[in-house]
Design a binder for this molecule. Structure first.
Ligand code: IPE
Ligand code: IPE
Ligand code: MG
Length: 244
């Protein structure tokens, strides 16, 4: 089986399905949108922690394509929050050597949000300390279907991988995910990852996303380093440098 052909940044790839914002707010008798606001603070904390821990690629799943099924009074403020986050973080990301890419569909996003995405991607292009991927309107199935449609007669896996990246507006294939974390206690994928998680280690945590912090990430990495990865072989694959 061919491995991913391109690596945007060195180091491991951690992906997080950031779930539990709504319940966090509901437990406090607050509207769900407050949970998303608290979730944005957790995103900032987690990016800082990823930088400190030397993670190479961090994918944060923020909004699945199925999340459009939610009422407009939830999706509207969420989209505003994404835009605010992107516009507000540009300088910080640049200063910290973070390259940001928003993965997913863009045809259903409002023009100002697409502009904010393009601005931050442009401003952070070439930064290499951390590759930060924010998944918005992301569907693994849709991406695979789009890539298959574009594929035509291309019969080499690296070509297909590049088409898959293009389907989520990414310039090149992301490195394979090493560790996938889902917060909020649910143990499902919700159409949020596919190809790049073929050999990912999975970790389901009860913590609600707004309560997630540097210590949770550190513990998750410790758990990851205890896992024995065999990739189908009989002998464990070694070589993961200790981060924690
Ligand atoms: C995840 O939290 C954030 C998004 C899907 C946008 P949820 O909003 O799904 O929170 P819960 O699962 O209802 O608690
Ligand atoms: C998946 O969570 C989306 C994100 C966390 C970004 P959901 O809360 O939408 O997923 P389901 O409905 O529990 O499958
Ligand atoms: Mg949820």
């Amino acid at each position: 089986m061919e491995q991913s052909t391109c690596c945007t940044a060195d180091g491991i790839h951690v992906a997080i399905i950031m779930d539990g914002n709504g319940r966090w707010a509901q437990h406090r008798g607050r509207p769900r949108t407050e949970g998303h606001l608290a979730g944005a603070a957790a995103v900032r904390r987690t990016v800082e922690a990823a930088l400190e821990l030397g993670i190479g690629t961090l994918t944060l799943h923020a909004f699945s394509s199925d999340n459009w099924k939610r009422p407009e009074q939830e999706t509207g403020p969420l989209m505003e929050l994404f835009e605010e986050y992107l516009r507000g973080q540009i300088q910080r990301l640049v200063d910290n050597g973070v390259r940001l890419h928003v993965a997913g569909r863009r045809d259903r996003l409002q023009a100002p949000l697409v502009e904010a995405i393009e601005a931050v991607e442009e401003a952070t292009r070439g930064r290499r300390r951390l590759y930060l991927r924010l998944a918005v309107d992301y569907s693994a199935r849709h991406a695979l279907w789009q890539a298959a449609r574009m594929c035509g007669t291309a019969d080499e896996m690296p070509v297909f991988e590049r088409l898959l990246a293009r389907a989520v507006h990414e310039e090149e294939p992301a490195p394979n995910v090493d560790l996938l974390i889902r917060t909020g206690g649910e143990q499902r994928l919700s159409d949020l990852f596919g190809w790049e998680c073929a050999h990912a280690e999975l970790l389901f945590l009860p913590v609600l996303w707004p309560d997630f912090g540097a210590e949770d990430l550190r513990e998750a990495l410790q758990e990851f380093q205890r896992r024995e990865r065999r990739f189908g072989a009989l002998v464990p694959e070694t070589g993961v440098e200790s981060l924690v």
